[in-house]
Design a protein around this ligand. Sequence first.
Ligand code: BG6
Length: 487
Amino acid sequence: MQRDPVGKLLLFGATGDLAQRMLLPSLYNLHADKLLPEKLQIIGAARSDYDDAGFRDFAKKALDKFLPDDRKDESAIAAFLERLSYQATDLSNPDAFPALAEKVGDVSGKLAIYLSTAPSLFEPAVKGLEKVGLAGETVRIGLEKPLGYDLASSKEINDTVAIGFTEDRIFRIDHYLGKETVQNILALRFGNSFFEPVWNARGIDNVQITIAETVGLEDRAGYYEGAGALRDMVTNHMLQLLALIAMEPPARYEPSAIRDEKAKVFRSLRQITPEDARQVTVTGQYVGGAVGGAIVKGYDEELGKDSDVETFVAIKAHLDNWRWQGVPFYIRTGKRMAVRRSEIAIQFKPVPHSMFTGRGGALQPNTLVIRLQPEEYIELLVMAKEPGLDRDGVKLREVPLKLSLDSEFAGTRRRIAYERLLLDLIEGDQTLFVRRDEVEAQWAWTDSIRAGWAANGMKPKSYQSGTWGPNAAIALTERDGVTWQDD
Ligand code: BG6
């Protein structure tokens, strides 16, 4: 991949929560590791009324708070702050853009823009940028979610952004793709020969994808009430994971090859009709309970009013293509669940015939577990014989063949997903960014689910905080004789 680094980075939303927790620490880490272009200037922009010095103080405080102690190097921090400047900008005000353009200055040495703002500001932002010459050939743009609310609004955003930027200059962010373990799915599938022959409907019985979180609403009521778990997690992160598991082998590790294959997966997702919605989807909302020993409030209580927004969703999905015909993909995600865990469990088909039956030995089908977080490992559950003389029958037991990526790569620092994504944006590599057709196919699928909920008047079922969601989510798989991989 040819690197094409920019000379300037314009960070909208520079004083927001994401900037403090993730973007500024990530940029600093890249700086400290000498990975940023030497002369890269970073211009922050947001509504807050800072000058350059004020923004540097702000950034310093964010780094002090959010960098781990072993990453803090005062002289590196001082040099990093030197790169920063700031322009107070109200994106909804067209008159604000000339001053911004002046601050950014010449963009012939290329500019990357990172837009982390409410979707309602995409349009004025792009129009304003275009007008003052900050959207030309030498400018690329990174867009942070939420990229819309449904297919129609997502198309509108994409159309607007397309006024100023061609698709090869648009970088849609899904931070799950920046995670090391998520990229490892590609290495596991396409860097090894032994899984591929069974990686299909003949070899695999079902796939389970879980993103369980222990956090609740946090301070995001305004956003979350308009989103809910389906839009917040399924339309993007969960479907991206599903695509990496299900896609055909791309010919090359490069943006078009990989994104073509993912897009094909999204296009083969079976639409969930209103008749099916009750059968194949479950929604939930947490009530009070205990998470990790702490007593926590229910969603409505946190919010201060009654709400029908789902904080949990489980879906049985199907891909209508040759490879995956008949294989259910069970996906679920929720807030305030029993543990924080992102995991993919691939359950293989049972052996065609067990020679152990007559001697008492019971077999379990093999399972491959890919734990993405908090730990990073790959575990294959295989059958083994318990040691013994077998006089009372053969005793077989499932034992783990475990590859811990944490310990295998113990000496290597795990980078924040945003370090990878910011660097790729700066250097112009689109591989880990989401293309327009992907995003729109994702929305088309989740819109059909939402329409089914509306048609059936489905409301989220309560589940106690600190559990694995409503009982109906358990029934969703048990009906098929499948149990969620929960331990
Ligand atoms: C974000 C969602 O995209 O992803 C949040 O908006 C969620 O609701 C977060 O908590 C989860 O990300 P991670 O990296 O902590 O798994």
